[in-house]
Design a binder for this molecule. Structure first.
Ligand code: SF4
Ligand code: SF4
Length: 367
């Protein structure tokens, strides 16, 4: 049974929420996971430009300080996005992080984008998955001694909810790894927007792109699925075919989480903030109204148990009015299904349990 530590959001002037976060980390035996001078990757989401539901830097500063007190050398990290947006290369990503309040002066530890300038820097990690036998994990996360995933818990249109497992699985993958999770085929050229500039042909490592009659085309037999062309095209003419089924997507995602944790099972800790539970992920340049009241913060060394507990807590609430959930849902009613009726969010938890990432059975301990 997984132990999940939980604190609600009640505070006093002498005992604030930052103190409570530290108490959660203590309860989850943080010190047993860190040796002196360990490099500690703190996996966060800096928020797309325009999104406001990502976690506040002040929480990360306190978490980083506690990691430093434990002897570790923490750095905040995330990976570049598969799609073209405000975090699709390291320069844009760091600039967005700064816009959203994350800089050395606010978090008091370095920020390192884990998969290199263009999202190609990774380590191949063999895994015993059901769908995948190898995953491509961002280099700086793979190289770290310790992995702490700090997650804003929310809904997600492909996995029902987006929690710790998604932060690990999608969030620690290189662009190639993200493409594998989302798609079964090569990227697609939009001939309407392609201008035949040939820039993509020089970047394709597999020489899979050719340009004839001023239009690019991709040879799916040669394409190795690195995803580089998606980022390179200055006219956004190369796009992902988001065609993977939600069921297989979730399985691949948790198998990537397995890869991210390879070699770090005893040197990892997970913290879920079940606050501002928005109806879609923080990769959008906006976030809609929270669907339930703010609940609290959880910590565990079991990534399945912490997501299972967070899910149950959300479903134990009554939905708020004036949100994406049109008709009030009461305690016990499934909020994720109400948002995304086609998605069976249980798949990610069941599959994660099946491949040995943790257990859906948990015991909640109030801190
Ligand atoms: S870089 Fe974009 S616009 Fe230029 S040829 Fe390739 S797909 Fe077309
Ligand atoms: S995904 Fe990579 S290998 Fe495939 S066409 Fe694009 S650049 Fe080439």
């Amino acid at each position: 049974m997984g132990i999940v530590h939980f604190t609600d959001l009640r505070t006093t002037p002498g005992h604030n929420l930052l103190d409570k976060v530290v108490e959660l980390m203590n309860a989850a035996r943080l010190d047993s996971k860190i040796r002196e001078n360990d490099l500690v990757a703190v996996k966060v989401h800096f928020g797309e430009l325009g999104n406001t539901a990502y976690l506040r830097p002040v929480f990360l500063r306190r978490i980083a300080k506690r990691l430093q007190e434990a002897g570790g050398k923490p750095f905040l990290t995330d990976t570049n996005t598969l799609y073209k947006g405000s975090r699709s290369d390291t320069v844009s990503h760091l600039t967005t992080a700064l816009h959203n309040g994350f800089g050395y002066s606010s978090v008091e530890c370095p920020i390192v984008i884990a998969d290199g300038l263009r999202g190609t820097s990774g380590t191949r990690v063999p895994i015993a998955g059901e769908v995948l036998k190898e995953v491509h994990i961002a280099k700086e996360i793979a190289d770290a001694d310790v992995l702490i995933a700090v997650t804003h818990f929310k809904a997600h249109e492909l996995s029902g909810f987006g929690g710790c497992l998604k932060n690990l699985g999608m969030g620690c993958a290189t662009r190639e790894g993200k493409l594998v999770q989302h798609s079964t085929v090569s990227p697609r050229v939009n001939v309407e927007t392609c201008r035949g500039c040939k820039l993509c042909t020089g970047y394709c490592p597999a020489r899979a792109i050719s340009v004839t009659s001023k239009k690019a085309s991709i040879d799916g037999r040669k394409c190795i699925g690195c995803g580089e062309c998606i980022l390179i095209c200055p006219f956004n003419a190369i796009q992902v075919e988001w065609n993977e089924s939600p069921d297989i997507f979730q399985k691949k995602m948790v198998e990537y989480a397995l890869g991210a944790l390879t070699g770090k099972r005893k040197k990892s800790l997970f913290i879920n903030f079940v606050i501002q539970v928005s109806p879609a992920c923080d990769c959008y340049p906006n976030n809609d109204a929270p669907i339930i009241r703010d609940i609290g913060i959880l910590a565990s060394d079991d990534p399945v148990a912490i997501d299972a507990a967070s899910c149950d807590m959300v479903n134990d609430e009554t939905s708020l009015p004036c949100t994406a959930i049109k008709h009030t849902l009461h305690k016990g009613e499934d909020k994720w299904r109400a948002l995304f009726p086609e998605i069976d969010w249980n798949i990610q938890l069941d599959h994660a349990e099946k491949i040995g990432l943790g257990t859906r059975k948990y015991k909640l301990k109030k801190v």
